[in-house]
Design a protein around this ligand. Structure first.
Ligand code: SF4
Length: 211
């Protein structure tokens, strides 16, 4: 990300980290991918039982290479519930300290909700949004269309670049959508205040990553 844009975001980043901490999540900001990888390596020891949600961010930061080469990474979705460490990204992180995640099969959000002892979320600062409404719109207008194109899903948004339904409406909070069998917006999850303090760690990286 451009250095001036990054500098201009420092206030929002600080506000978000403080809000995440108030919601009982550990929160850290790192400037570079290298620092993100180093932090993950310090949190996830070699040989650990790990699992992941599909994530371009983990791949782009080099974290997936570390998990694949140095940890006991389980790729079966059901194995994720017994992992010591579950790593994923977020579709959006709000300045109120919430994580917003949207899944096609809900394997990622279900593991993040319950199961793994520790959950580590790595997100580029392009995922930062003011509030949940912006998070919903972000998914329907940016993340889902781009991911459908990347995954070659036969969905309306892969063809037109926008959701077949309104990105947000008061009655459905963005849960309307297409009837495609390959729809990727099926489970919608908000992670707000956590009962188990420190189970979730959020690492914000000062770069653009994923969609
Ligand atoms: S509901 Fe369907 S058309 Fe809308 S963003 Fe999701 S996959 Fe795309």
């Amino acid at each position: 990300m451009d250095a001036n844009k990054k500098k201009a975001m420092q206030g929002r980043i600080k506000k978000t980290l403080e809000a995440l901490e108030r919601n009982n999540m550990n929160a850290a900001y790192v400037n570079t991918d290298e620092e993100a990888l180093k932090l993950v390596m310090s949190l996830v020891p070699e040989g650990s039982y790990t699992a992941t949600g599909g994530s371009m961010t983990l791949r782009e930061t080099g974290i997936m290479d570390y998990l694949e080469s140095k940890t006991d990474l389980h790729k079966e979705y059901r194995d994720a519930y017994n992992a010591s460490y579950y790593l994923a990204s977020a579709n959006a992180v709000t300045e109120h300290g919430e994580l917003y995640e949207v899944d096609g099969r809900s394997n990622r959000i279900s593991a993040m909700y319950f199961g793994p002892e520790k959950v580590i979320v790595v997100a580029g600062i392009n995922k930062l949004v003011p509030d949940l409404r912006s998070a919903v719109v972000r998914v329907k207008t940016e993340a889902a269309p781009a991911n459908c194109i990347r995954l070659c899903c036969d969905t309306p948004c892969a063809k037109t670049g926008e959701c077949a339904s309104p990105a947000f409406d008061e009655n459905h909070l963005g849960a309307l959508g297409c009837k495609s069998e390959e729809r990727i917006c099926c489970g919608y999850a908000v992670f707000a205040q956590q009962r188990i303090k420190g189970r979730i760690t959020v690492i914000l990286v000062g770069e653009d990553h994923g969609y």
